[in-house]
Design a protein around this ligand. Structure first.
Ligand code: FAD
Length: 357
């Protein structure tokens, strides 16, 4: 038996713990400062939309590509996971190509993307009836994940598999080695601390920074999932709309503010988000304007962005093996199964190395 401690209970930690727990040779403990049910600026996962709109380029598409089949399977077979299919429409304005949001969505906006053979129903649509500054439009079948249902669902699946959870804060990654529920030393630690990999002793990855996302959750139904490459309100302001499964309301986004740690929603940003959403999707309020939006809450989450891309690597820190799985930026859900499988391969490598000693 190998003892494994996963640090972090966001979508990365929970998915990794679930996949690990399916191996009968592994005993898994999850330790985390925040757990599903919490809404905290240090915990990105509950704030996500969350949908599947691929953003990686072809050489780095492994994680997102491998995740789609599992999200689609859950949407088809497990309604209790809180994931449903939605028709996604993506609008592109060439003038956004060099903006922060245009760069972020660069691969998503292609009319010939790598994922056209991954998601169902990919099509390039006519732009005839749209405003003059729309240069191309694509659509495909995506999913929207109700994070308030899905994160507890993952915890439930982990518990069923015998995973043990503990609310613990660590200051140094090596401390996790002493926190396995068996009382014995952990063989491997899996580091899924998201943005806090930048502050955690032994890791201190200062290339991880926030990409701040402000959102508004409303009761109104858009009828379709909509995203546009950018807005005229600022380089790092975007407009996306998605209805969550299971009565979760509709997320109106948003912003992509790199290096911004502000935890509180800005009222004028919120107003711009709502106005843009109504302009893009008048059906949200049946043409009655922004006043007819029924707001559930305003929110802010910090996407854990890593300059060089996600870190899925193993290393020995203070004599303890650590497998990293952090730095997913704005695609932590849509890459969750692929990244977790990558982490599992590294855990298996470590277990093999240790068994040879
Ligand atoms: P987190 O969810 O932040 O979890 C980190 C965990 O580590 C927490 O449990 C925390 O308590 C724990 N931890 C950290 N430090 C310590 C410590 N010292 N001791 C103990 N525990 C610790 N992604 C998509 O795929 N699709 C989307 O549509 C999408 N939309 C988004 C919209 C917004 C507004 C935001 C903010 C994000 C969005 N994302 C989306 C991105 C996605 O939410 C993140 O990539 C993902 O949630 C990161 O998950 P994580 O588990 O790595 O980190």
């Amino acid at each position: 038996m190998a003892n494994i401690v996963v640090v972090g209970a966001g979508v990365s930690g929970l998915t990794t713990a679930l996949l690990l727990s399916r191996n009968n040779d592994y005993q898994v403990t999850v330790i985390a400062k925040h757990m599903p049910g919490d809404y905290d600026i240090e915990y990105a996962s509950p704030w996500a939309g969350a949908n599947y709109l691929p953003v990686s380029d072809t050489p780095n598409n492994r994680w997102e590509k491998k995740t789609w089949p599992e999200l689609a399977r859950l949407a088809n077979d497990n309604p209790e996971a809180g994931i449903h299919f939605q028709n996604a429409v993506v609008l592109n304005r060439k003038k956004d190509a060099t903006s922060t949001t245009g760069q972020w969505f660069n691969n998503l906006l292609s009319t010939d993307p790598w994922f056209k053979d991954v998601v169902p129903d990919f099509r390039v649509l006519q732009t005839n009836n749209l405003s003059a500054d729309i240069d191309s439009v694509t659509s495909f079948t995506s999913v929207c994940i109700n994070t308030a249902i899905y994160l507890p669902y993952l915890v439930g699946q982990c518990l069923k598999q015998g995973v043990v959870f503990s609310r613990t804060i660590i200051n140094h990654i090596s401390e996790a080695a002493r926190l396995h529920h068996s009382g014995s030393e952990a063989d491997v630690i899996v580091n899924c601390t998201g943005l806090h990999a930048s502050k955690l002793g032994g890791v201190m990855d200062t290339t991880v920074t926030p990409a701040r996302g402000q959102v508004v959750l409303v009761r109104n139904d858009p009828g379709v999932m909509l995203t546009i490459s950018g807005t005229d309100d600022g380089d790092n302001e975007v407009c996306y709309i998605m209805k969550r499964a299971g009565g979760g309301g509709t997320i109106l986004g948003g912003t992509y503010q790199k290096g911004n740690w502000e935890s509180q929603p800005d009222p004028s940003t919120a107003l711009r988000i709502m106005k843009r959403s109504i302009e893009l999707c008048p059906a949200l309020t049946d043409g009655k304007g922004v006043e007819a939006l029924s707001v559930i809450r305003h929110g802010v989450g910090l996407r854990p962005l890593r300059e060089q891309g996600v870190r899925i690597e193993k290393e020995k820190i203070d004599g303890v093996w650590v497998v990293h799985n952090y730095g997913h930026g704005g695609w932590g859900y849509q890459g969750s199964y692929g990244c977790s499988e990558g982490a599992l391969e590294l855990v298996a490598d470590v277990v093999a190395i240790k068994s040879r000693l």
